[in-house]
Design a protein around this ligand. Structure first.
Ligand code: AMP
Length: 465
């Protein structure tokens, strides 16, 4: 029988839709084997992990087509390149710069011009199985048009039968996350540089109507001079007029409106900037929990956070004005740039903030960076300003000023927050996990009547998650 939809739980598995119904349906195929047909993306996504995966995997490799159509829909002007045009460079005994959830990142040399890049290699099956083609498409579509000194540049992208390749600007000094873990926490003058550079990149994104939505130190890389390069645009969204709804990001950095499943806008990234500044100065994010639920509840409760008593009043005031529960009350990017703490540190570096804002070229006067990793001792500014003010003076002022804030306490195990935090998985992956759960329960005959109905119709009982 020539089925209209190959998903067993779909109403069109055994029945053909009427002409009117057909006109509303958007037929799709499995992009890997091209052997299964569905009435919608949703049925395709629900069918694959449960029923189709095994059949799909057995399909002949030469019959399996690439997901060219999906990636190509955003490739308009990219110069066609091939993986063979890049030579893989090993660093010592290491063949990889790092590993992501669906592939590896390698250091490569372009054989045409000898320049070094990071090549992100994503296996198509893994992208389809564990992530989302939509996220990858979005990542490429957005990142390829961004040009800013603090945004990791996507130079080329291409694909072969097995993989999708992204040729990215090489960030030699790894992630800010690893750097913070190495240093445990940063003094204010150093935190300023990383925070300021991240703000410049985020401000550029916002002015281009893009919300990053997964800002965290793991997604901030450091180039050869230690300058920030914002990366990972898998969860980014273009926000023109209406607010966005997708539940995404990483729990520690999620704003209350995201956790409350309310619409969000650019102020979502501003919240994450507040968390970032806190983490730079304390070595860990302000809200933590034994699991995501506990962590999410703490953020949603809007409970006050604890600050280290050694911090200046100015930086505490900046973080507090960013981490406002109500998005509309948070500082705007301009207000962040104008905050006294920012102005004071900029003047210590002899720079004027506004000459850096929304500049797509490196300004002639570079901040004498950020490469605290190698130049730490020689940085002039550290002589001008003590790393932190004398504790006794600060403690008294802070106690007087903010009775709401308990002294900062580090009550979590170090190893817990040495692990990089995982971004929230794709919707598709979540559906897949939920369906597996329901199937297992069904086998155990513990499934309620309503769950059986939900399962039969391929629907989710979100409360069950
Ligand atoms: P990702 O798949 O983007 O999460 O990347 C995995 C790891 O690869 C990161 O944690 C980095 O250590 C490394 N990496 C990713 N992109 C780059 C890059 N452009 N330059 C250098 N290393 C990178």
């Amino acid at each position: 029988m020539n089925r209209f939809c190959d998903y067993k739980s779909c109403q069109y598995f055994n029945k053909q839709p009427s002409i009117e119904q057909r006109s509303k349906l958007n037929k799709v195929m499995c992009p890997l084997c091209m052997n299964a047909n569905y009435c919608s993306n949703r049925c395709r996504d629900l069918d694959w992990p449960i029923y189709h995966k095994e059949i799909c995997k057995k399909s002949q490799p030469d019959r399996a087509r690439s997901c060219n159509d999906t990636i190509d829909s955003c490739s308009t002007t990219s110069v066609r390149r091939k993986a063979e045009e890049f030579e893989i460079i090993s660093i010592g005994s290491k063949l990889e710069l790092g590993r992501g959830s669906y592939g590896s990142v390698k250091l490569v040399k372009d054989k045409q011009n000898g320049l070094l890049y990071a090549m992100k290699i994503m296996n198509k099956r893994q992208v389809f199985e564990y992530c989302s083609v939509e996220n990858l498409k979005r990542e490429i579509k957005i990142q390829r048009r961004l040009v800013h000194p603090h945004i990791c540049k996507l130079h080329h992208y291409f694909e072969d039968k097995e993989n999708v390749y992204l040729i990215l600007e090489y960030a030699q000094n790894g992630s800010l996350f690893n750097y913070i873990k190495k240093r445990s926490k940063l003094p204010e003058n150093e935190a300023f540089v990383y925070f300021f550079q991240t703000c410049l990149g985020i401000d550029y994104l916002h002015k281009n109507k893009i919300i990053h939505r997964d800002l965290k130190p793991e997604n901030l890389l450091l180039d050869h001079e230690g300058n920030i390069k914002i990366c990972d645009f898998g969860w980014s969204a273009e926000s023109l007029t209406e607010k966005r709804m997708t539940f995404c990001g990483t729990y520690e950095y999620m704003a209350p409106e995201m956790l409350n499943k309310q619409p969000h806008d650019f102020s979502l990234d501003v919240w994450s900037l507040g968390i970032l500044l806190y983490e730079l100065l304390h070595g860990n994010a302000p809200y933590r929990g034994k699991n995501n639920e506990e962590l999410g509840n703490k953020i949603k409760s809007g409970q006050p956070i604890n600050f280290a008593l050694t911090l200046s009043n100015d930086v505490v005031s900046l973080i507090k004005s960013i981490l406002k529960y109500i998005p509309g009350e948070r500082l705007t990017m301009n207000q962040i740039f104008e905050h006294p703490w920012m102005v004071k540190h900029a003047s210590n570096y002899n720079i004027e903030i506004q000459t850096y804002v929304y500049k797509t070229q490196n300004p002639t006067r570079q901040i004498p960076t950020a490469n605290f990793q190698s130049k730490q001792k020689s940085i002039d500014i550290q002589k001008k300003e003590p790393l932190s003010r004398p504790i006794s003076q600060d403690q008294n002022k802070l106690k007087e000023q903010s009775n709401n804030y308990k002294p900062y306490q580090n009550d979590y195990k170090q190893e817990e927050f040495n692990k990089p935090r995982i971004s929230r998985i794709s919707n598709r992956n979540e559906i897949m996990m939920h369906q597996h759960q329901l199937q297992q329960q069904q086998q155990e005959e513990k499934l309620s009547f309503m769950d059986r109905v939900f399962l039969a119709f391929g629907c989710l009982n979100r409360e069950k998650k």
